[in-house]
Design a binder for this molecule. Sequence first.
Ligand code: DAH
Length: 359
Amino acid sequence: MDLTELRGKFIAAVAGAPDEAALEEVRLSALGKKGEISALMATLGKMDPDARKAAGAALNVVKDEIDAALRAKKAGLADAALNERLKSEWLDVTLPGRPRPRGTIHPVSQVMEELTAIFADMGFSVAEGPQVESDWYNFDALNIPPEHPARQEHDTFFMHRDAEDPRPPHVLRTHTSPVQIRAMTEQGAPIRVIAPGRVYRMDMDQTHTPMFHQVEGLAIDRDISMANLKWTLEEFCRAFFEVDKVELRFRASHFPFTEPSAEVDIRYSNVGGQLRIGEGDKWMEILGSGMVHPKVLAAAGVDPNEWQGFAFGMGIDRIAMLKYGIPDLRAFFEGDLRWLRHYGFAALDMPDLPGGLSR
Ligand code: DAH
């Protein structure tokens, strides 16, 4: 028996073990019950006392050395495994956190989504028309002939044309009403549409901007009346302002494209800058409306002897200011990021009726 050789063999095997399983194999083959060192230990019993003493001591030294090598290797393998894991699960805690998206939805866009959801629920679909509009759609078809004072009242922006340009005169549309004509011409009657969008007038003060937003409403069928108009508007305001009690005031008015015509105000209070809908002694005009004039139906190819209905045009910016308590209209269009962060809406909150309009 060459103990030095045996020791060398096991120390080398320990050093070469690639993982803990291989190391356990080495341990068993040396120090396990059936291991070579253990087998040598078993032979000691048959020796005479002096030989046993010498051999036993030498064998114990080798056994302890192998045992120590096994432990050291085992600790080394565990360290290596841990390092490996740490490398793959590495996390840089010094990285800055991910910020919430900076952009917000503009209150006008939010309100357009809200009112579209409400009117869609009442069976209205969305119609569109161009912002650069021919003066026929913007005025003539709506029963506003060239010499009519309303043309001046609207403070129209006219598109420049050279004298010899054969195209009809165009304007920046002064209201969304021309979309009534376009929608009826395209779809005929019966029809139920809303048309939200931008409109333009030369006007600028605390409550007026040269560009603002309206939503047009149009419902034409065989027996639609002012009563249907009233119900529709009240129902809309209840849903939009998210209050049970809303009070509307219909004032007789005049528009060339409706007969009869009414302007509609909503009751509100202003307590220390806090606007409340449905209470108080203040009224804000939010829309014009009426029964569509027979001439307007005829201009759009709809037979006024067969069809009738209501139309309305509502100021979107106005109702946005009322609902969200925004004091100055001009700030809507200044693009001030601080204003947008304050009054804007989270990008993923799409308003819908079951989920709630404004969260
Ligand atoms: N077009 C009108 C305006 O801008 C608003 C309006 C009034 C629209 C009565 C309508 C209506 O559809 O019936 O002042």
